[in-house]
Design a protein around this ligand. Structure first.
Ligand code: HEM
Length: 411
């Protein structure tokens, strides 16, 4: 059904379409959407900007993730290979399957694992900051490719026991696959996402076969042992572990690259706060939370109504998708005073930011993401004043907003 010209549904559709092209500053568009209401109906489903409503939906079991079954009934983009594969992943599974998968996963990042990964992160960060420093001495450093991409990829591949040489390909494929989860992906985006999904599937199939042949002490070998005993069927266990490995790789790389890019972009443009933070390293964890709130790596998550319902006075049909604009919600002025202002000394808003989601699908890698962000900031700020930004470019993406280039230089 087409929206009436000039109506709220039509205006929100125009604004959402505009978002892809204005990633440098999506904030005025969020303000315009927010001005239309907390929940705005659209042809695609309700669009939500209000912190409280976003929070409510993320925690609710009545609002389900768009899983395999849902995708099958929708057709078009949702039944493409990348989307079908994502539909089978932990991130969009619903109870009871989701509960089953999450239990088998256990606590991925316990203290011992985090301690080991801290060492990997610290060594990688020091090595890459040395490289960035040499680039700065010669003129301009490429923060994205030298630091922001390398630290999460190396930490993740070491955790999964994947050789370092495969990191670059994994980065490329997971980035391409993320397009399948975008708000309005182009046909080309979907083709690239499908091809990347095929590469990821093959890569992890081989990796798991290798682990079956030679068991090690890494997390993949542990998962195989756990799922063999739960399923009692090796073939089934292989499929589950392949999907868990591919999901954590995709979920962990794309987002952590963004928070490391955002940390440099944001602090370089707030030099007074960066200077204060360098003298107060104990405030780095709080600064990371503010960076995550102010510009979360994931700006949009979706949920599907499980029954006909009413959302803040708007009727919603079972199966309709709700667009939860996390990026807008984290700057909702009704939730947080001066929400548009970046302030590392602020008191966190009641209930906390939504950058890691909330409820049953709360990010399973939040502890690792926090550790990596804190280590990079500690080591970066210990090296003296921050460089300034020479140029910054964003991908034309809304859900997984991402800096594609961030060049920095000293005065
Ligand atoms: C700053 C970095 C990160 C951000 C901002 C982030 C954000 C998120 C968000 C918003 C969700 C919930 C999605 C939803 O509700 O639909 C999520 C789920 C998830 N994340 Fe992260 N993530 C980050 C890093 C990581 C890392 C490092 C890993 C693992 C290595 C990871 C693994 C996962 C997994 C497995 C889920 C699915 C949990 C479930 O559905 O039960 N994430 N993440």
């Amino acid at each position: 059904m087409k929206a009436t010209p000039g109506s709220e549904p039509e205006r929100v559709e125009v604004l959402l379409s505009k978002l892809r092209e204005c990633q440098r500053t999506p904030w005025p568009v969020y303000d315009e959407i927010r001005a239309l209401g907390d929940v705005i109906p659209s042809r695609w489903g309700p669009v939500i900007t209000g912190y409280e409503t976003c929070r409510r939906l993320l925690r609710s079991r009545d609002w389900r993730t768009p899983d395999y079954q849902w995708r099958r009934t929708r057709g078009s983009r949702w039944t493409r290979p990348a989307s079908r594969e994502i539909g089978r992943s932990l991130i969009v599974a619903n109870a009871p399957e989701h509960t089953h998968l999450r239990r088998g996963l256990g606590q991925m990042f316990d203290d011992t694992t985090l301690q080991r990964l801290r060492q990997v992160t610290e060594e990688t960060t020091e090595r890459q900051l040395d490289l960035a420093q040499r680039q700065l001495a010669a003129g301009t450093a490429d923060w994205t490719r030298t630091v922001a991409e390398i630290v999460p990829v190396t930490t993740l591949t070491r955790w999964l026991g994947i050789p370092d040489r495969d990191g670059a390909a994994l980065r490329e494929w997971t980035h391409a696959q993320a397009a399948a989860q975008e708000l309005l992906p182009s046909g080309h985006d979907l083709d690239v996402a499908d091809a990347a999904t095929a590469h990821l599937e093959l890569f992890f199939t081989h990796l798991i076969a290798d682990r079956r042949a030679v068991r090690q002490t890494d997390v993949l070998s542990q998962w195989l042992a756990v799922w063999d005993s739960i399923e009692g069927d090796q073939e089934q266990a292989d499929v589950i572990v392949r999907r868990l490995a591919a999901t954590t790789t995709a979920a962990g790389i794309e987002t952590t690259v963004t928070v490391l890019n955002n940390a440099m972009w944001t602090l370089a443009r707030h030099p007074e706060q960066a200077k204060w933070l360098a003298g107060h390293p104990e405030a780095i964890p709080a600064a990371v939370e503010e960076i995550l709130r102010w510009d979360p790596p994931v700006h949009l998550v979706s949920r599907v109504a499980s029954t006909d319902t009413d959302l803040n006075g708007h009727p919603v049909k079972a199966g309709d998708m709700a667009y939860i604009l996390v990026g807008a919600a984290c700057r909702d002025p009704r939730w947080l005073t001066d929400a548009a202002k970046f302030d590392i000394a602020r008191q966190p808003g009641r209930g906390g930011h939504l950058a890691f989601g909330l409820g049953p699908h709360y990010c399973a890698g939040a502890a690792l993401a926090r550790l990596e962000s804190q280590v990079v900031l500690e080591r970066l700020l210990a090296r003296g004043p921050l460089p300034h930004v020479v140029s910054a470019e964003w991908e034309p993406r809304v859900a997984f907003r991402q800096l594609s280039e961030l060049l920095i230089a000293h005065e």
